[in-house]
Design a protein around this ligand. Structure first.
Ligand code: GKR
Ligand code: MG
Length: 435
């Protein structure tokens, strides 16, 4: 075929479409998921007319950065990813959004300008890679150096959940039912295995007193003997509580995820147990790696290409982890199929991915794609079609965007504590480890 001219790779247009996607009432230590969660869909269109897709968080603070970045991109080439990062570095971040001015949710720490920029630029990086792949006829994994596996394994992401969102709240129904005790969690896990074939399980904890969550993990171990199990309370426990949980679950856990908050406390827990500790909270930037690794605070880092700044930076993180003998896998947040495709492409290129990745995708009944990605035997086949290998459904995108446009602002910024207050007035997310 004809060689692609580098001028054809220039960006002619960028479209940003915020959407609200249905989310079931999943419980975590910060509250409960809202009935609809904001996401941002990014499209970059080249001079040649090729469209690349990306996806990231859709809250206002991300939109506020995505808009000026989109404006800077006209004429930029989709193959110039380092140049994309340099453009993003120039984005001014509203001081009211960062450096402790905004609390992103108690145990979650503070938001920095760098983290905000990276979470935005990641969607543009993915969109550029998708466009470049389509222009060249190559899958994104090939642009990242090539896949080292044909399928990427995911874990069943179990949540305590109510049957429905609180009465009077507009929401989409779901068919998962309630899960509020060990039997409910085991039943949910069975559904996950029947529907998707998952073989490893992660339970989101930090919701009930630790003894109840320990009982739920034991119930899972009895129901699925020998299967990898994880428990993640998002930092809700003190060091002594974390050590107690680790002791009681030592025989059945693959790893304990973010039992407590902060590198120093994680290091103390790690020193007192042989159970590996994983994190997506205490190592979230390159700057946090040195202290965490030299203190042996974490044994597995769960990357998230959204806030790590994209697929190439995820590969860089994996290389640093490898150098230190620290495991690597992937964590997720409420997301759609564009993000699942991006996660799958990058995960396919990471050598030594020793743990199944997390995905919220089964919880999302809605998507912006013409065809949903499928889990088979708990894994997603790595797409070999050009780009990400997914196609936008414009009607669905418009429908979910209209929902966002009609919202009075209450759902445009995810707030799990506010959603919880609808059911329990006065409820506050914990600011220090709760148990
Ligand atoms: O969606 O409730 C949730 C999760 O708790 C999510 O917010 C976390 O970022 O899945 C995540 C985790 O592993 O910590
Ligand atoms: Mg986690």
């Amino acid at each position: 075929g004809d060689a692609v001219s580098r001028d054809d790779l220039r960006i002619a247009r960028v479209a940003l479409t915020p959407v609200l996607v249905a989310d079931p009432p999943l419980l975590n230590t910060q509250g409960v998921h809202q009935p609809y969660t904001p996401r941002l869909i990014v499209e970059v269109v080249t001079e040649e007319g090729v469209t690349g897709l990306g996806e990231t968080y859709g809250d206002t603070k991300y939109l506020d950065l995505a808009r000026p970045l989109a404006a800077l991109l006209r004429g930029h080439r989709v193959d110039d990813l380092n140049g994309l990062s340099r453009l993003a570095d120039r984005l001014a971040v509203d001081a009211a959004r960062v450096d402790g001015a905004v609390d992103v949710g108690g145990l979650r720490g503070v938001q920095t300008a760098e983290k905000l920029r990276l979470s935005v630029v990641s969607a543009f990086e993915v969109a550029c890679l998708d466009a470049l792949g389509k222009a060249l006829g190559l899958p994104v994994h090939a642009l990242l150096g090539g896949k080292v596996r044909d399928a990427v394994e995911y874990s069943a992401y179990l949540f305590y959940k109510w049957a429905d969102h609180p009465a009077g709240v507009a929401a989409e129904p779901d068919d998962w039912g309630a899960a509020l005790d060990p039997a409910g969690i085991v039943a949910q896990a069975r559904r996950f295995t029947e529907r998707y074939g998952f073989t490893s399980f992660k339970l989101k904890g930090g919701v009930f007193p630790p003894d109840q969550e320990i009982a739920a993990v034991h119930a899972l171990a009895d129901a699925f003997p020998g299967h990898p199990l994880r428990l993640d309370p998002n930092g809700a426990w003190s060091v002594p509580t974390s050590l107690k949980v680790a002791r009681e679950l030592a025989d059945v856990l693959e790893y304990l995820e973010d039992p407590t908050t902060g590198t120093a406390a994680m290091a103390e827990v790690a020193a007192g147990t042989a159970v590996p500790l994983a994190t997506n909270m205490c190592v979230t930037t390159f700057a946090e790696i040195e202290e965490a690794f030299t203190r042996d605070a974490v044994q597995v880092v769960l990357s998230d290409h959204h806030y790590w700044g994209g697929l190439r930076r995820t590969q860089q993180l994996a290389a640093v982890c490898r150098a230190f003998g620290v495991g690597v896998s992937m964590h997720s947040n409420t997301h759609l199929g564009i993000s699942l495709a991006a996660m799958t492409h990058v995960a396919a290129t990471v050598p030594g991915l020793g743990h199944a990745c997390d995905s919220h995708y089964p919880w999302q009944s809605e998507d912006v794609l013409t065809a949903r990605l499928a889990f088979e035997d708990g894994a997603v086949r790595v797409p070999d079609a050009p780009g990400l290998g997914v196609e936008l459904d414009r009607d669905r995108l418009a429908f979910l965007h209209r929902r966002w446009a009609r919202d009075d602002g209450t759902l445009r910024d995810r707030d799990d504590a506010a959603a919880m207050r609808v059911a329990e007035p006065g409820w506050q997310a914990p600011r220090t480890p709760r148990w």
